[in-house]
Design a protein around this ligand. Structure first.
Ligand code: GRF
Length: 207
């Protein structure tokens, strides 16, 4: 599979950084072709520039509709021959024109064990619900919010003295391990989706 990544961010960009670092350490064989933000003030844009990556900022308000906005993102990605799109704290729903341009080629990372606690502030939702275990999920993006086939998950226990902040920090450590691994798995191409299930094919399981 084409190993050129397009990374979409809206904020801090710590997951972007984990992907940059995994590539630099030789743990992930990939190339970041472009980092796209929907917010000009996203700190992740600075991280990208410091790493010498090309950045693009596209704001929804500069476009007539959600669809023309998504089409513009798709165009930026296609122009750079991106093979896999990674949402990394991209705080927007992905619309049809982007989904159609990259079928089963968009990943997202979410800070809970999906399907529990989709949507915003998943760590807080889990904490306030009172679960004993939460975690992080990398999934294939579909038109259902946080609902696509699950690629990898990591569990994180909720400790007796946890606050939302301490729990979120431990989940984030797992996110940074999980996302580069999941991207590597997808790029290796030894998988298929059957219904809702993400299945590794025999040769990948043997590794
Ligand atoms: C992460 O918790 C990620 O799971 C969620 O948004 C947050 C982004 O953080 N989708 P960062 O911008 O990667 O630091």
């Amino acid at each position: 599979m084409n190993r050129r990544l397009g990374i979409l961010i809206s904020g801090r960009g710590s997951n972007l950084q984990s992907i940059i670092d995994a590539i630099a350490r030789g743990e992930l064989s990939a190339e970041i072709a472009v980092v796209i933000s929907n917010r000009p003030e996203a700190a992740g844009l600075l991280r990208a520039r410091e790493a010498g990556l090309e950045t693009v900022c596209l704001r929804q308000k500069d476009f007539d509709s959600r669809d023309t906005y998504d089409a513009a993102i798709a165009r930026e990605l296609e122009q750079r021959k991106v093979g896999l799109v990674c949402l990394a704290g991209f705080m927007r729903l992905v619309g049809q024109s982007l989904l159609k341009a990259f079928p089963q080629r968009i990943l997202n990372i979410h800070p809970s064990l999906l399907p529990a606690f989709p949507g915003l502030e998943a760590q807080r939702q889990a904490f306030e619900y009172g679960v004993g275990v939460t975690g992080a999920t990398v999934h294939v993006v579909t038109d259902e919010l946080d609902g696509g086939p699950i690629v990898l998950q990591a569990a994180v226990p909720v400790l007796p003295d946890d606050t939302v902040e301490s729990l979120s920090a431990r989940i984030l450590i797992e996110e940074h391990r999980l996302y580069p691994r999941a991207i590597g798995l997808i790029l290796d191409g030894q998988w298929r989706v059957e219904g809702r299930r993400f299945r590794l094919t025999a040769s990948a399981e043997a590794h």
